[in-house]
Design a protein around this ligand. Structure first.
Ligand SMILES: [Zn+2]
Length: 240
């Protein structure tokens, strides 16, 4: 194989290893990110519950105030009963008192329902808070672990990065740029072998004349379909 291609193939092998390292870092990080966002979701839910509870408490207070006013009205009307003379006035007052009592009773029932709802929401909030506490503890441990993992991975990456720099230094700048661009757009594979006339990057057959030129191995050719740089490796000779 052409020397320049050999260098590119070596460079690509290093780059693929570095890609794997980068992916390992990403997956460590994204696992942690998922846990963090789960925590944030639970926190938001707890806040939501707190808001519901506060609104219910406010409503209950308003109803209590109204109820007190209604009972005051009942007492006031009851004392007026002493002063009325006619049966008609008495009947009207009695009706007014009954209505006010009934209305106060309705308030009381509403307050009871609200209290039950507050209790239910408070219990749920307590449960969520407990879960959050446990999850926070786990995430803290996980964060430390992930940081240590990433640090260890990065150490290995530094060595590889230096090897990459050395290997890239052996390749002409213009070709290196082409290689880098190809890798970006062709799923990390800029240099690819050809087997039985078929490019192993896009699995399209090379035109026969192009394949014959490639077999000679002294020029660099792009695949006409995927533009990757093609190389040909003769099959290892079988020993008899
Ligand atoms: Zn191709």
């Amino acid at each position: 194989m052409n020397d320049i291609l050999t260098q590119l193939v070596s460079l690509q092998a290093i780059d693929l290893e570095i890609d794997q390292i980068d992916n390992a870092i990403k997956s460590e990080q994204s696992g942690l990110d998922e846990r963090m966002s789960a925590l944030a979701k639970r926190e938001a839910f707890i806040n939501e519950l707190q808001e519901i509870i506060s609104a219910l408490q406010k409503e209950s207070k308003t109803l209590e105030g109204e109820m007190a006013d209604k009972m005051d009205h009942v007492r006031e009307r009851q004392s007026k009963m002493m002063q009325v003379q006619t049966g008609r006035e008495q009947t009207a007052l009695l009706k007014e008192i009954e209505d006010a009592k009934k209305s106060a009773k309705e308030n009381e029932e509403k307050i009871m329902t609200i209290m039950e709802s507050i209790e239910k929401h408070s219990a749920q909030m307590e449960e969520e808070k407990n879960l959050l506490k446990g999850e926070k503890k786990l995430v803290t441990e996980e964060t430390n672990k992930v940081r240590a993992n990433i640090e260890a991975i990065n150490k290995g990456k530094k060595k590889k990065d230096q090897i990459r720099i050395d290997q890239a230094g052996k390749i002409k700048k213009s070709l290196l740029r082409k290689y880098d661009t190809l890798r970006q757009h062709r799923n990390g594979l800029a240099v690819i072998n050809v087997v039985d006339g078929v490019c192993q990057g896009c699995f399209m057959a090379l035109p026969p004349q192009r394949y014959n030129m490639l077999l000679k191995g002294d020029e660099i050719y792009d695949c006409p379909t995927c533009q990757r740089l093609n190389y040909y490796l003769p099959p290892a000779k079988e020993e008899n």
